[in-house]
Design a protein. Sequence first.
Length: 309
Amino acid sequence: MFGITLFVLFVFFILYKLLLIVPMREVNVIERLGKFRTVLQPGFHFLIPFFDRVAYKHEIREQVLDVPPQSCISKDNTQLEVDGLVYLKVMDGKLASYGIEDYRRAAVNLAQTTMRSEIGKLSLSQTFSERDSLNESIVREIDKASDPWGIKVLRYEIKNITPSRKVIHTLEKQMEAERSKRAEITLANAEKAAMINLSEGERQEAINLSEGEKQRRINEAKGTAQEIAIIAKAKAEGMELVSAALAKEGGNEAMNMQLKEQFIAQVGKILGEADVSVVPTELAKIEGFFEGMEQVTSAVTANSAKGAR
């Protein structure tokens, strides 16, 4: 009974060594008596027990390897700490097994050295602004060096670029100064715009006032001209009426009577308002005659009195 159990176990062991199922996500490198025989793709395969063995198993899916942070010096002598991710894929299982001892560790180390070299070609500002071109340069250099390893570097991504504390402090001061500069420029532009707007407003106000004064004078001139025209028209019409009235019978006598009435009315008005005695010319001549006669009479009387003595 014990012998049958051993035989069954031996048969299962032979079958285990004879049959091989390779998963879809990997390839197996087979060695026969210590020498490379073939690379088995995913699927069902037969092996010769005790002669063939699976020497290496490789993941054929895209792999992501973490590149640890490392110190780099930029072109302008700025110390930076940079880390990233490298994406690669096994293209040849034989080369990945025999071309290098550990392609993962080799890819990470090569990414670090290449990254240091590429960072050294750029200034601090360029490392932030040209990250895409930096990634492409690193991928190109790593892929060129890793071609004999049977792997393909698909892409490289920089995760973080961290300057030293001193550099960060300097950058903060620079950014603060830049913000202050922009604020001063903005205030200066605002003040300039305000002064321009104020001067434009004053200019427009002066224009409006002058236009208003000009229009007022024009309106006054038009009003005066219309008034003069109306008065002149009225006088002309009055003169025409007077002329027509004089041409009629008895017009001259009516005119003389009207003038005399106006003369008497005006003289009465003047005599009532004047502070001195105002009389017509004819009356003034008569009054002067009597005053002269009175003076002559006085003189004659005085001479007679002297003769009597």
